[in-house]
Design a binder for this molecule. Structure first.
Ligand code: ASP
Length: 351
C-alpha cells in the first residue's frame, strides 16, 4: 500500500473540499523528477534498498487526497530518476518549464518533487534562474512511499501548503522536509539516511510548519530569482565545471585531467579554510594560466572560505559559504557571463 500512514484523514479532506469551491483555491503545479519520494519496495520495512523514481506523479497525487483541500493541484512528469542522475540538461529543462508556468496567471505556485541526494543543487540553481516572485518549493523524502512511516506524503502536503501561501512569495526557492522550511542558498543534506537530514547549520531555517500552519521567521538576503542577473532562456548547455576534493598526498594530475577534459571552471573542495597542498596548488595555478577559473570552497561542511591576498595573486575565486556542490552551480552560471575572476568573485559575494 502506498503512503499507508496518510490515508486516514481522507474523510476530513472531503469535508473541507465540500466547503471550498475550486475557484477559492490557488493553482499549484507539481513538477516531478523522481527520487525516494517516488520510491517503491516490495517490503514495508525496506527504507534503503528500494527503487527510486518508481512511481509516477499521478499515482503520488492520488495517494495524498488531502492535497485537494489546499490547492487545485496538477502534476507533470519532467523525468523519473534518482537525483544522482540529474544533469545540466535536466536543470535547464526544469528551469525553463517553471519560468513558462509561472508567467501564466493560471499558476500560483510550483512544487518540485526531487531525490534528496542532489536536491540542494537543483534548488540553488532554480533560486538563481527562476524569474518570478511566486513560490517555488522543492520537496523530497528519506523513506520510500511504501515504507512504514513514509515521510513523503506529509512532506508533499507541506510543500503544497507553502506553495499556496502568500507569505512564501519572494523568498527565493524554498526546500521542505521534516516540517522545516529552508532557503535554497543555505540548506544542505547532512545525514545519509535520517529524516531530519536537511539543515542550515549557520544561517538557520527560514520557517517551519506546525499545527498545519506555515510560519516564517527569516528571509534569505542573498540575491535570488527576480533580482538575479542569470538567465537560462537562451541557453541550451552550461559550461563544464568539475569539483576536485583535497586530501593528504593528493596530486596535480587531477587538475590536468579536468583541464584536458574541457573544464572551464574547477571548484576545489579544500581542507579547512580552503587550504590546498603544494602539489594541488601547482595544478590549480597552471589551470588558471589556461583560462580555467578556480574557485576555492571547503570540504568542512560549514563556514566561510575567506578571501586572502594570495587568492588575488593566484587569480583564485573563493566561495563565501557555498559548499562545493553549490559553488559549482554558481560558477557554471557565472561563466555564462564572464571569465574574469574578479567579476566572478563579486557574484560569489552577492549570491
Ligand atoms: N538516491 C535518492 C535520490 O536522491 C535518495 C533520495 O531521494 O532520498 O534520488
Amino acid at each position: 500500500m502506498l503512503f499507508s500512514g496518510s490515508l486516514s484523514s481522507v474523510n476530513a479532506s472531503k469535508m473541507t473540499v465540500k466547503n471550498l469551491t475550486k475557484n477559492d483555491l490557488p493553482n499549484v503545479k507539481i513538477l516531478a523528477t523522481g527520487g525516494t519520494i517516488a520510491g517503491s519496495s516490495q517490503s514495508s520495512t525496506d527504507t534503503t534498498g528500494y527503487e527510486s523514481g518508481a512511481l509516477d506523479i499521478k499515482t503520488i497525487i492520488k495517494a495524498v487526497p488531502e492535497l485537494k483541500k489546499l490547492a487545485n493541484v496538477s502534476g507533470e512528469q519532467i523525468v523519473n530518476i534518482g537525483s544522482q542522475n540529474i544533469n545540466n540538461s535536466i536543470l535547464l529543462k526544469l528551469a525553463k518549464r517553471i519560468n513558462t508556468l509561472l508567467a501564466s496567471k493560471d499558476v500560483d505556485g510550483i512544487v518540485v518533487t526531487h531525490g534528496t541526494d542532489t536536491l540542494e543543487e537543483t534548488a540553488y540553481f532554480l533560486n538563481l534562474v527562476v524569474k518570478s516572485q511566486k513560490p517555488v518549493v522543492i520537496v523530497g523524502s528519506m523513506r520510500p512511499a511504501t515504507a512504514i512511516s513514509a515521510d513523503g506524503p506529509l512532506n508533499l502536503y507541506n510543500a503544497v501548503e507553502i506553495a499556496s501561501s502568500k507569505e512564501a512569495k519572494d523568498k527565493g526557492v524554498l526546500v521542505t522536509l521534516n516540517d522545516r522550511i529552508g532557503a535554497a542558498r543555505y540548506i544542505t543534506k547532512t545525514n545519509t539516511t535520517a529524516t531530519d537530514t536537511f539543515k542550515s547549520a549557520e544561517q538557520g531555517y527560514v520557517g517551519e510548519i506546525a499545527g498545519g500552519k506555515v510560519v516564517f521567521y527569516n528571509e534569505p538576503i542573498r540575491k535570488h530569482t527576480t533580482k538575479s542577473i542569470f538567465n537560462v532562456s537562451k541557453l541550451d548547455k552550461l559550461p563544464q565545471v568539475d569539483i576536485l576534493y583535497t586530501y593528504q598526498n593528493d596530486n596535480r594530475y587531477l587538475y590536468d585531467a579536468a583541464v584536458n577534459a574541457g573544464a572551464k571552471g574547477i571548484v576545489v573542495a579544500g581542507s579547512g579554510n580552503g587550504s590546498m597542498s603544494d602539489t594541488a596548488l601547482e595544478g590549480a595555478k597552471d589551470a588558471v594560466k589556461k583560462g580555467v577559473v578556480i574557485t576555492k570552497s571547503s570540504r568542512v561542511g560549514s563556514g566561510i572560505v575567506t578571501h586572502e591576498a594570495s587568492d588575488d595573486k593566484d587569480k583564485f575565486v573563493t566561495s563565501d559559504s557555498l559548499n562545493p556542490q553549490k559553488a559549482r552551480i554558481l560558477l557554471m552560471l557565472a561563466l555564462t557571463k564572464t571569465k574574469n575572476p574578479k567579476k566572478i568573485q563579486d557574484y560569489f559575494d552577492e549570491y
